[in-house]
Ligand binder design. Structure first.
Ligand SMILES: *[C@@H]1O[C@H](CO)[C@@H](O)[C@H](O)[C@H]1NC(C)=O
Ligand SMILES: *[C@@H]1O[C@H](CO)[C@@H](O)[C@H](O)[C@H]1NC(C)=O
Ligand SMILES: *[C@@H]1O[C@H](CO)[C@@H](O)[C@H](O)[C@H]1NC(C)=O
Ligand SMILES: *[C@@H]1O[C@H](CO)[C@@H](O)[C@H](O)[C@H]1NC(C)=O
Ligand SMILES: *[C@@H]1O[C@H](CO)[C@@H](O)[C@H](O)[C@H]1NC(C)=O
Ligand SMILES: *[C@@H]1O[C@H](CO)[C@@H](O)[C@H](O)[C@H]1NC(C)=O
Ligand SMILES: *[C@@H]1O[C@H](CO)[C@@H](O)[C@H](O)[C@H]1NC(C)=O
Ligand SMILES: *[C@@H]1O[C@H](CO)[C@@H](O)[C@H](O)[C@H]1NC(C)=O
Ligand SMILES: *[C@@H]1O[C@H](CO)[C@@H](O)[C@H](O)[C@H]1NC(C)=O
Length: 424
């Protein structure tokens, strides 16, 4: 994956110089066609990157191809920056920053996409070039935010190993992407007065919530003005049993396990020792998700009995070391309390995590004096809520990013929003 040609080294030095001098608009090195991250030498870190500060810009380029026309932005940049992995060791990640055509530089939205897969080539910075039909709402959320004049930051928050469900890493990568954008554009177009908000649905809510809960310990200097969290997945331990027998979302099991395995050696070894080498439910089939985007994976694994893949069947999910790791790295609310107002939205009939899990974390945070507007939708399931809650999230974020949000204390209410006719 990490091949560094000599020509790239020159390119890298050019880029680093650009980054170091904080030129707002780096020189165009080549028009560039998009290359998958596994093959693109741009997706490697320069030497000594470990010694840089989290959020320091290591490379920057104009995003290849025609992203500005796809998203109606004035500029689109890829930024490679220093971060910290799930075991608190140095790491790096990439983000894409879109600059709006209009606007007064007063707002930055960090939008975390639910790409949910251990396939690094499904990272947003590259997946953006796939047809819009495979991206769905992601496109309209980004164009919608840009048309409101907001800067839009979209990190590849699973990092260079596509570590889905390594949630500490996802939170760090998200916070450092904001630091990187501020480091690069501070004083040119972004200022300390630029308001910042986080937004994510489902897998995007994981990265966004972890950024929110880790901010106080990991990026205390960063002021984030609000976070909109939809389809929250507060507790993976509680979610997995909803997925292993005939769920449309069964693919989240191989996604989470192989994602965790990238940074949790115990899980790597445990999964390897448990997967059956042959038969209909075998390791090769399980591992094939490494080359799938999440929509293909949902369709491929839909309705399977996932416990069939493991020698110990359903017992697989009871191993105490496995559960300890999930509790530490995949369950929300253990690492800090968000220091910003939240908007949480969730379908009462969500099939991935029961609404009670979201009720519980909201109540815990409310007791810790976080201000939360929590809307429970009586209509629709997990996929439908991404559409049903979208306009409400935009409305709330617009208040945050214009400094007009008047929210104090906690409000929990049932709503009935029926925008999509999706059955899930
Ligand atoms: C962007 O490029 C892709 C691939 O070349 C092309 O299919 C698409 O129509 C282009 N989109 C725009 C808005 O120019
Ligand atoms: C692109 O953005 C500009 C400025 O926000 C807006 O005036 C224009 O209508 C947008 N174009 C499309 C096709 O959305
Ligand atoms: C912006 O904030 C940073 C970090 O808090 C601080 O070092 C810097 O001096 C501020 N810049 C301005 C122009 O106030
Ligand atoms: C997560 O779910 C598991 C299984 O239902 C439960 O034992 C655990 O207490 C939950 N963790 C939190 C922090 O709520
Ligand atoms: C693994 O399972 C697939 C179907 O899921 C099957 O086509 C393949 O032959 C199996 N491989 C082995 C080694 O059994
Ligand atoms: C999964 O099951 C549902 C309901 O039983 C069915 O409608 C759907 O077609 C099945 N999907 C696949 C891919 O088998
Ligand atoms: C920037 O635009 C927003 C939204 O249009 C507005 O609320 C804000 O007052 C403007 N800020 C400045 C400094 O003009
Ligand atoms: C909201 O819906 C739940 C069912 O999920 C119900 O138990 C509760 O009473 C409702 N709350 C309000 C305020 O209507
Ligand atoms: C939602 O709206 C659709 C029409 O768009 C309708 O068929 C469906 O019954 C509605 N669902 C609920 C729960 O109201």
């Amino acid at each position: 994956m990490l091949f560094l040609a000599e020509s790239c080294l020159i390119f890298l030095l050019t880029s680093l110089t650009e980054a170091a001098s904080l030129q707002p608009v780096p020189r165009q090195v080549s028009p560039g066609i998009p290359i998958p991250p596994r093959q693109d030498p741009w997706y490697t870190a320069p030497s000594d990157w470990e010694y840089r500060q989290p959020g320091e810009v290591l490379r920057i380029r104009r995003a290849p191809g025609n992203l500005t026309s796809v998203f109606n932005a004035s500029e689109a940049f890829n930024i490679l920056y220093r971060s910290t992995d799930t075991n608190y060791r140095p790491a790096w990640a990439v983000t894409t920053l879109f600059i709006p055509k209009t606007g007064n530089h007063s707002a930055l939205l960090s939008y975390q996409i639910p790409y949910n897969t251990p396939d690094v080539d499904a990272s947003p910075s590259y997946a953006f070039y796939a047809p819009p039909s495979t991206q769905g709402l992601v496109y309209t959320d980004i164009t919608g935010a840009l048309s409101r004049g907001w800067y839009v930051n979209v990190p590849d928050h699973e990092g260079p190993l596509a570590s889905f469900a390594c949630c500490v890493q996802e939170g760090h990568a998200t916070l450092d992407s904001i630091r990187a954008v501020k480091n690069q554009f501070q004083g040119w177009s972004l200022s300390n007065n630029t308001r910042i908000a986080l937004w994510g649905y489902s897998g995007g809510s994981i990265a966004s919530e972890w950024a929110a809960e880790l901010q106080v310990q990991y990026a205390p200097e960063l002021k984030i003005d609000g976070a909109a969290l939809g389809g929250l997945v507060p507790n993976l331990t509680a979610a997995l049993p909803n997925l292993y027998d005939g769920s449309y979302f069964a693919a989240l099991i191989p996604s989470a396990l192989l994602g965790l395995a990238t940074q949790q050696p115990f899980i790597r070894q445990y999964v390897d020792s448990e997967l059956k080498p042959s038969g209909q439910y075998n390791a090769t089939t399980f591992d094939s998700i490494r080359n799938m985007d999440i929509l293909s994976a949902f369709n491929f694994f839909a309705n399977q009995t996932m416990t069939n893949y493991f020698r110990s069947g359903i017992q697989f999910f009871s191993n105490p070391t496995f559960l300890d790791i999930l509790a530490r790295d995949s369950n929300m609310g253990e690492h800090g309390v968000p220091q910003m107002p939240l908007f949480v939205y969730k379908a009462i009939q969500d099939e991935i995590t029961v609404v009670a899990d979201s009720d519980a974390i909201v109540e815990r945070y409310c007791q810790a004096r976080v201000s939360i507007l929590y809307e429970r939708n009586t209509v629709g399931g997990h996929l439908a809520e991404e559409t049903n809650g979208d306009a409400r999230a935009f409305e709330w974020l617009a208040q945050v990013l214009s400094g007009m949000l008047e929210q104090s204390g906690c409000t929990v209410r049932n709503v009935s929003l029926n925008v999509t006719d999706s059955l899930l």
